[in-house]
Design a protein around this ligand. Structure first.
Ligand code: NAD
Length: 245
């Protein structure tokens, strides 16, 4: 299967370029030139996106401003407009599927503490995929919009869409910092290891469903996301657990 990865130079892009390489034929899309082969395009510019996905079977759309503190201008450009351009280009080029990196931040307003990356443990509940959206930032709003763009393109334009509500992953592949941090409860709940991330995206590329939402977190004892529907629809059974780090 020929798979394009946008944001291929970023943290998750690097994990997936390396981890999906053996199973899929990967093409990389980046904002600037890289030390590896890539097509350079600012995805917020429709002219730059024109025909770049020709011949691909699927696109894993990671490119975005990933900051929960990002400005509205950046969200509109890099997250909302770019996601529309990617979906529209996939539709017009006949790319069958888009796997979209959405976020835990779309949903956990009911459980947040003082910031999007602090959980109020006194309000700890298990959230389910179909619970009402409750974004904790403009970033969360931008990703909730991406999920709905995906639903629209899946329902009305035949582009299969898998939105993975990713928890929290970092280059050092651990939920813990060197010192205790206010965000520790959040990280223990939201951690996803690189190994589990690769598994989730591989499954998303292989399933045959029109529209799917799923959680991409590890099998954390401290999770606040109910994984049962994700287990069923995606077949995703993460193997790592933040408690083991
Ligand atoms: N890392 C996490 O814990 C996490 C959690 C939830 C969701 N996500 C989502 O996963 C995706 C990847 O996250 P990451 O941690 O690898 O982020 P990252 O910042 O390392 O990578 C994102 C890449 O997107 C590129 N990009 C941004 N705007 C662009 C544009 N207009 N055109 C082309 N490229 C553009 C950037 O150059 C960057 O390399 C993002 O969509 C993010 O919102 C990440």
């Amino acid at each position: 299967m020929k798979v394009g990865i946008t944001g291929a130079e970023g943290h998750i892009g690097t994990t997936l370029r390396e981890g999906l390489g053996p199973e899929f034929e990967i093409s990389s899309f980046t904002l600037g030139p890289q030390s590896f082969d890539s097509t350079v395009a600012d995805l917020s510019n429709p002219a730059a996106v024109n025909e770049i996905f020709q011949g691909l079977d699927a696109v894993v759309h990671l490119a975005a401003d990933p900051s929960p503190r990002g400005s509205w201008e950046s969200m509109l450009k890099n997250n909302i407009a770019a996601t529309y351009n990617v979906l529209e280009e996939c539709r017009s080029s006949g790319v069958k599927k888009v796997v979209f990196a959405t976020t835990n931040h779309t949903q956990h307003g009911d459980t947040m503490g003082g910031s999007p990356e602090i959980l109020d443990m006194s309000r700890r509940v298990m959230l389910r995929l179909n619970d009402p959206l409750n974004p904790t930032s403009l970033y969360g709003v931008s990703k909730a919009t991406g999920e709905q763009l995906g639903r629209y393109f899946a329902t009305h334009h035949g582009v299969q869409f898998v939105g993975l509500r990713i928890g929290s992953t970092g280059r050092n592949d651990t939920p813990r910092g060197s010192e205790p941090r206010p965000s520790d409860d959040y990280n223990m709940a939201m951690f996803i290891s690189k190994r589990d991330m690769i598994q989730a995206v591989s499954l998303a590329l292989n399933i045959d469903r029109d529209f799917t939402l799923a959680y991409a977190i590890s099998n954390n004892d401290a999770r606040i996301f109910d994984m049962r529907e994700t287990n069923d629809v995606l077949g995703f059974y993460p193997v790592d657990n933040s408690a083991d780090y």
